[in-house]
Write a protein that binds this ligand. Structure first.
Ligand SMILES: [Zn+2]
Length: 406
């Protein structure tokens, strides 16, 4: 498991109880259904402590008894599963041409996934904040109408996020120094729960680690596909943020000095070669005669149709993008030695035509023999991975053992 925030270090008895609560919740999340005795046996907590914590967690509807029993050795035991139904986390993501909101309950059940078309790159930061707030309000109303309490909201941004949850720079959106969390909190009129911001890549890898096909992988990278290409890095089970939170900007590693100009102003960055606008421009030269493409989905579908029909130009264009993708991934593989790199967004949608060339390039450029053993795969989480990760992150304080306000 990875946590978005550093877990609290136990310093007094209250903190110890918080930490123990987190241990119990985590055990049940990973091993449910399980009994009180299982929890004690596997966590090292004594039975009385487990019993007291479980009573409290059932009381707060974070756990529930299933009534199932196991008939192995000894008397049957009451089995426990995560409940969490009364609580929801919200995640929002700012995509290339849409805003997405996802709500999940503490048991990991997805309550809603909504999108609205929105070209953030063409809007001002203020307009984007208002649109995010409107979408969040609708989701909050729906979730509270179901009798659930929203515990937090986290927004994924294709750009840099600082420790104050501001956005110092997001080239794909044309943003500089946007205090996003503060403005969103104000737009939501101080909603009474935590409003956080993280990079879309960090949230996507959190979703991947929890809900994806490679969930639980200790060394895992999610490479976002969209107008920005960024990496969420999990190494040794922990999210790698770097000193100021700016790690993972593989999208702005220059790969081709003669390549196209990137949104960051440099030339030939991975994002300028493999971002969705670059791919659309390369594969569909007729797509944007009057300015930037604002709705990428139909364009990506057109590229899929061309590739399926065996169009030579489309196939060779996709193979070239795939080689550049593989080049970028080889840098991650040589540096971090992940078990799996998962690609999302348009890179996942176009994976059947991108990944063969990308894998060959990755193998050719990875030092470790025979090919480094790093798998390159498409995400199965769809285009709402960052919002799903944001909703998961919004529940982090409860997962860390803090009880929701009564
Ligand atoms: Zn760049």
């Amino acid at each position: 498991m990875i946590s978005i925030h550093t877990p609290p270090q136990p310093t007094d008895l209250g903190d110890v109880r918080v930490a123990n609560r987190a241990v119990v919740l985590r055990h049940v999340r990973l091993h449910a259904p399980c009994s009180r005795a299982d929890i004690a046996a596997h966590t090292g907590l004594n039975k009385a402590t487990v019993s007291s914590l479980v009573t409290e967690l059932i009381d707060r509807r974070l756990l529930r008894e299933t009534g199932l029993t196991e008939n192995r050795v000894g008397r049957p035991a009451t089995m426990l599963v995560l409940d969490g139904e009364p609580y929801a986390g919200l995640g929002l993501q700012i995509g290339a041409d849409e805003l997405v909101v996802v709500a999940v309950d503490l048991g990991g059940n997805r309550l809603l996934t909504w999108r609205r078309a929105f070209a953030a790159a063409a809007a001002t930061p203020g307009q984007t904040v208002q649109a995010l707030a409107a979408l969040a309000r609708r989701a909050i109303n729906r979730v509270s109408g179901q009798g659930r309490t929203v515990l937090g909201l986290t927004v994924g941004v294709p750009g840099l996020v600082d420790t104050d949850d501001g956005v110092p720079l997001a080239p794909a959106l044309g943003w500089r120094d946007v205090p996003l969390a503060a403005e969103l909190r104000r737009a939501l009129r101080d909603p009474g729960f935590a409003v956080g911001v993280d990079t879309d890549a960090n949230l996507a890898v959190l979703a991947e680690q929890r809900h994806g096909a490679y969930a639980g992988t200790a060394d895992l990278v999610h490479l976002t596909g969209g107008v920005a290409v960024g990496a969420g890095l999990v190494s040794g089970g922990r999210l790698l943020r770097g000193g100021r939170g700016f790690a993972g900007e593989i999208g702005h590693v220059p790969l081709d000095p003669a390549g196209p100009v990137c949104a960051c102003g440099r030339r030939g960055c991975l994002a300028a070669l493999t971002g969705v606008d670059a791919v659309v421009r390369r594969l569909l030269p007729d797509a944007a005669p009057d300015g930037p493409v604002a709705d990428y989905l139909p364009e990506v579908e057109r590229i899929q149709a061309l590739a399926r029909s065996g169009d030579d130009a489309a196939l060779s264009g996709l193979a070239e993008v795939g080689r550049q993708l593989g080049h970028g991934v080889s840098i991650l593989a040589n540096l971090l030695d992940p078990q799996v790199v998962v690609v999302g967004g348009h890179l996942a949608a176009l994976a059947p035509w991108l990944l063969p060339a990308a894998r060959a390039e990755l193998a050719a450029r990875t030092l470790a023999p025979p090919d480094g053993g790093c798998r390159l795969e498409a995400s199965n989480l769809g285009s709402a991975a960052s919002a799903l990760g944001g909703a998961t992150a919004a529940l982090a304080t409860v997962e860390a053992g803090r009880l929701p306000a009564a």
